[in-house]
Design a protein around this ligand. Structure first.
Ligand code: PMP
Length: 427
């Protein structure tokens, strides 16, 4: 299973080192390496390939666009206009009417930076609240907002003014409280810190959160926690930024995950699956009331990827026509049912997810420590059996599944069978 080419390159980059294959080509939910081995791809370019590799209609839309216009900085173009309209059409009418769209270029981290800059400009304030275990990207500011210490440690003196609060995870309360007390405590702590003049925390420019912490180990936020954070931020006039870079574009069964949670954010950050096919593009949608930017306040050369716009418009058409969001729910339930076979495995601490974003958390049955080495072994075994999966969470102890959103029942069955086998083989 080790591609020859990947062995040569494997010390240069992270992904090939842990998943030592060199990819030659791909189609739908499958990739083929340079030696001709075929794998089911449940990483999907880190959640980017929402309609699988090389979706023929997206390829056609891009090819048509290729002959017309490929790059136009941030000039208005028909492709950009259609893309912006298509994205707005995925919001409820009341929210849609309040939102403006700013194309950022072209990564999730750049859009996170844009969102925070916008909120700082609009409020004139400088502090930002983020959550423990969150991930927002690898640029200096996005990394500073990231609550995963291991990722940040090598970079000294991050961006100042960022404060981390617990991300309420009541079934695993860090101080052992019962579910309800944990939630109450988390919310009260945040509320007190924001409202008590003696807490030392100035009123922040923004609160940024993920609805499901992806890199943090697939941790869906407790709905009541999300609702209370929204209430509090609204009351105190603090803009709420929802980072939908990983959860967006259908991954959780609604276009954006916040729609599932029944809240309305002030800023939405999206990137990864916006084009559906891996053509880079990122955007923020923000409440008109925050529109404080002078022209040129957040520029960037690659903000006009016309190929991504064309593919993104087509992706939304396909998602609607093929009821892809319905498929996400159905296949998600199927993943839950198949992975149920792991429920009483001693090393499986929890299987959790929403839509087609799943994680299997592995922990030592004796001392409860995150079982990163076992997870790595499972990843390697799964690869040998023909399945690509990624890891995340504390000490990379969570096996993460991000299949294409149009994956078939047959492929889900096959992939889950491989995973169950890879885990049952023990550590
Ligand atoms: N936010 C979240 C929630 C993410 O999962 C990621 C990427 N994994 C990012 C931001 C950063 O996106 P990018 O890698 O495109 O900069």
């Amino acid at each position: 299973y080790l591609s020859r080419q990947a062995q040569v390159e494997s010390n240069a980059r992270t992904y090939p080192r842990h998943l030592p294959i060199a990819i030659a080509d791909a189609s739908g939910s499958f990739v083929r390496d340079v030696d001709g081995n075929v794998f089911i791809d449940f990483l999907s370019g880190a959640g980017v390939l929402s309609l699988g590799h090389n979706h023929p209609e997206l390829v056609r839309a891009m090819t048509d666009q290729l002959g017309r216009l490929t790059h136009a900085l941030d000039f208005p173009t028909p492709a950009k206009q259609e893309f912006v309209q298509a994205q707005l059409s995925m919001l409820d009418p009341a929210l849609r009417d309040r939102m403006k769209v700013h194309l950022c270029g072209p990564t999730g981290a750049n859009a996170v930076d844009a969102a925070v800059k916008l909120c700082k400009t609009a409020t004139g304030r400088g502090e930002v609240i983020a959550f423990q275990g969150g991930f927002h990207g690898s640029t200096h500011a996005a990394m500073a907002l990231t609550g995963l210490v291991a990722q940040k440690q090598p970079v000294a003196n991050g961006v100042p003014g960022i404060h981390f609060f617990p991300y309420s995870y009541c079934t695993r309360c860090p101080v052992g409280l019962s579910q309800d007390s944990c939630l109450t405590n988390c919310v009260s702590f945040l509320e007190r810190s924001l409202t008590d003049g003696n807490s030392g925390l100035p009123r922040p420019a923004a609160v940024i959160m993920e609805m499901v912490q992806g890199e943090g180990g697939v941790i869906p936020a407790v709905p009541e926690f999300v609702r209370r954070v929204r209430e509090l931020t609204r009351l105190l006039e603090i803009p709420l930024i929802v980072d939908e870079v990983q959860t967006g574009c259908g991954r959780t069964g609604t276009w954006f995950a916040f729609q599932r949670y029944g809240i309305e954010p002030d800023v939405i950050v999206a990137s990864k699956a916006l084009s559906g096919i891996g053509s880079p593009v990122a955007m923020i949608m923000y409440d008109r009331e925050l529109d404080s930017w002078a022209p040129g306040a957040h520029t960037g050369t690659f903000r006009g990827n016309q190929l991504a716009f064309a593919a993104g418009v087509e992706a939304i058409r396909v998602v609607r026509r093929d009821d892809v969001l319905g498929n996400v729910d159905r296949r998600g339930s199927q993943v839950a049912a198949r992975l149920g076979a792991l429920a009483d495995h001693p090393w499986v601490r929890e299987v959790r997810g929403i839509g087609l974003m799943w994680g299997i958390e592995l922990a030592d049955p004796v001392d409860g420590r995150p079982a990163g080495e076992f997870a790595r072994a499972v990843q390697t075994r799964a690869l040998r059996k023909g399945l690509i999966v990624e890891l995340g969470g504390r000490q990379d102890s969570v096996v993460r599944l991000l299949p294409p959103l149009n994956v078939t029942a047959e492929v889900v069955d096959k992939a889950c069978a491989i995973l169950v086998e890879a885990i049952k083989e023990g550590c």
